[in-house]
Design a protein. Sequence first.
Length: 520
Amino acid sequence: MSEETVAVELKNITKRFGDVVANDNVNLTVNRHEILSILGENGSGKTTLMNMIAGIYRPDQGQIFINGEEVSIHSPKDAYKHKIGMVHQHYKLVNVFTAAENIILGQDLGNILDMEKIKKEIYKICDAYGFKINLDQKIYDMSVSQKQTVEIIKVLFKGVDILILDEPTAVLTPQETKSLFEVLRNMRNAGKSIVIITHKLNEVMEISDRVSVLRKGQYIDTVQTKNSTIQSLTEMMVGEKIDLDIKRSEPVNPRDVLKVQGLTCYNKEGLKALDNVSFTARSGEFLGIAGISGCGVRELFECLDGIYKYPEGKVTFVDKENEEIDLSHKTTREIKKSGVKLAFVPEDRLGMGLVGLMGMTDNVMLRTYKKGKDPLVKRREPRSLAARIRERLEVVTPGIEYPVSRLSGGNVQKVLVGREISSNPDVLMVAYPVRGLDINSSYTIYNKMNEQKMRGAAVISIIEDLDVLLDLSDRILVLNKGKVTGIVDARKTTKEEIGYLMTASVDGEGNVAYQGASNV
């Protein structure tokens, strides 16, 4: 490969954090006119490696070459001098500023700002690559994809030729992802170098020219995407063959077990977080939920679990004898006292789900210690359960008494999911079950959730990856700004239909103009 085609070259890059080796003697190249995907399990060192190119970290050993010249990058400011910019998962925007104000923030543009002239320059960038944006719109009034657009334009306005994107499609709908990919292809064709860190193998196959794989901090290989398959890339990431099939079973004798009628609640600002939400969850069924950030799913789950207060609505549980139990406005403890076994895996793992300073045993005990009448706490059974969770879900921890806050995010998620599943619930609610998990662990969790469905539980879960949501679910409930815009048959719908329902405009009754979704 000639030097003229190489934009970035990393030679023998090593980065340590204490005793942990995040990157171990990594060699990697990024070419001009290409989209390179970086793949690897959680903890493989992908983001750390890219952070060194972006000036957030400095390598302990090794060399970085930009356009054939060795450079030292000490800060993001240094990176911009070498025309390198990175867009992180969590956007760094000022909500009360407009898009244009955010784009020029922190740049030396002289003492007197001619905003109309600046906006013309920004629109030239938009026209060149196909961005669609209103530069006068406030950030707080934007969707997630619009905020991402601002972040990318902000980097391009600084003149970068090498753009790094960390999980760029994590919270985008299929339509938004398609639009982003069109822009990225235009940027590649114009000579830019694009690096994407992602877990979504379908998107890797669609957008990238080459794929580089890291495993446990070490560089494995770089392959041409056109010569690869999802299975081959997965085996490179994991180091062995794994089963990527999601074993969705057919519902067996489904019956209504949880009825939600007219549920309405408000957020801290007094705005409606849920607006007249009604649906039914059935035993032996996987009810998927689709929705973008802020759709109301967090409030929905917390209302059903008795954490969040709601002024309007009714929640009813139907037991095996077909007797109805009113759960409306009951607290979590009152729901347990009523005999309903409801399990909840929240989005905030350590803030709501687990106590970080405790080990696995004590966190397992949190579910049951109130039941004990003996003044002495019995730890044998919780300790045994914690050991089983550790073994079955392959939780990487020095021991079951080791504080869970010191574990990786993926292992914390395994502990929380394992604990909730172990209660054999009537209703299992899971928010983002595999966030932070590598592909192997993700499929373990998917199949564990499906096992709960097969034993007769009503499983309700929101999953960001719509391909997985369609494969796992029997029905999909779509939440859009706190309203139900459709409940569709997962076996008959499409990603495009779900994406439309997630973002379409809704009227005061929650109706959308699009009529493709048939309620089931």
